[in-house]
Design a binder for this molecule. Sequence first.
Ligand code: AGP
Length: 605
Amino acid sequence: MCGIIGIASNKSVTPNIIQSLKKLEYRGYDSAGIATIVNGNIDEKKCTGRVDNLEKMLFKNPSNGSLGIGHVRWATHGTPNQINAHPHSSEEVSVVHNGIIENSSELKENLEKKGYKFKSQTDTEVITFLLTDFLKNFDLINAINKTLEKLNGSFALGIIIKKYNNIVVGARRGSPLAVGYGPEENYLGSDSYALKSMTNKITYLDDGDVCVLTSGKIEFYNSKNIKVNKEVLTLSNDKYTAEKGDYKDFMSKEISEQNITAKTCIKEYVDQLRQDINLYNFPIKPEEIKKIVLIGCGTAYHSCVTAKYWFEEFTNIPIEIDIASEFRYRKIKFDNKNLYIFVSQSGETADTLAALDLCKKNKAKTCSIINVVESSIARSSDFVLPIHAGPEIGVASTKAFTGQMLVLYILAIKISDVRKETNKSDYINKINELKRLPGLIKETLKCQDEIQVIAKDFLHARGAMFLGRGLSFPIALEGALKLKELSYLHAEGYPAGEMKHGPLALIEEGLPVVILAPKDRYFEKTISNMQEVIARGGKVILISNEHNKIVSENVRFTLEIPKTDDYLTPFLMTIPLQLLAYHVASLKNCDIDKPRNLAKSVTVE
Ligand code: AGP
């Protein structure tokens, strides 16, 4: 993953590099570093841990160059120590890298034969020495191109060179790279978010592009080494600032604002006057869709699993769901009457982007459901449906999940209406019930105090299980993912009916088991499964919208959520599970916004 930044200016770039690196920490936070040119020499400073550590280091020992590059790392090759932190510099060249160089061992061997001495275990250092070597015999652009030609894999690069002490070079293949235009300086960054506080004039590099920045100008070269012009985009202002405000962390803010983000999203799609959903210029006529394939990773995948139930209920379209990292390598039989829907908060997830590229190569119709509308996935798909959730900073996805489900739900009911697979009054009822959803989310959020008590039960548990049927099954998967991601507690989500086929063996005295049992057509069956768990010593936390004393007997905790249309229950079920993961992690003093080993945007395979 990793985040990179580069600035060419006439004044010290360190403060802006640090500020941008803090924004990029969502991409990785196991080490950080900066390189500038000071008194004609490359000055590299790096450390393990957060950007705060780097800032302290620079406070004691400043680095005041007027151009520079910075990096936050999520380790792929080599442990997260200071030596492996980026930048990687020779006397002549300093490089920051996001991505993976697949042939680094082979390149390293050749460079070592030439006498280059490697300090790190990273794949990136080969780029430093390759460029250093080519610069001996070639001019800048040719040396860069010769270096890039040698690399297999994916990368976004930021480079500074001692000999060319007024430029920053950027290059992209596979990993995203944005360029920003400032009044007296220019920028390079892994995404527009990192550059937003400095400029709202942005352009994006395409695969194979190289850019050369000075403080006053930016030049672009395409993969054929031809100078090209790029369209400059003006970024929109965010309605929700990426600041914590009075909240302790971003996650608690993002959980709490879900009623507002849901309301915004509904307003964007629902035409209140006509009682209809606005959806124009769809890449394929809904009546002609033969099959829908929903693709995503992690939480985004769970929103796809939920949507499968909705699409199957409301339409006659066959639905498939796929994890992007699997989809991208399978022998898929494409059909241009199928619709491939990609779900991603960041819009930069490497596996999802690769799956989308595969569809595009096969001329399939694509649509993306995205939070970051300037992202690579949004820019590559035929049609974009934004979730309008505002910046999500906490690594654990919360408001984006409800936003993704919301757009998928809206899409499912709209497609069923266009295809005349639902009657008009049902369609209008669904829209009206949807308008009540933000209020119901707000009400559900009030369970915070109860959840705090329930969370204590998980403190010394060896693990936990989450069970549900129908639409509650994907929410069980999501509840388990949130708990393991935030509190490092082993957790599994299962369809409740699957327990007797193996997982029931895991139930032992005192194991916390969260049962999701709304009063839907599965209710009685789920309650029977719950009894099987209780009989084996499981400590049950029942979440339901049915208050039933008999059912609650022998249940350790019962949590009641508001009643709504069965199809909308997943939105409300999700809230207590997010809060549960949050409070268990808080009790265990885990880093809520930046759980260990993870990153917000997974831009490597
Ligand atoms: C969720 O809490 C995760 N951090 C993770 O599973 C995430 O949803 C996944 O990496 C996909 O990210 P995306 O939505 O940005 O594509």
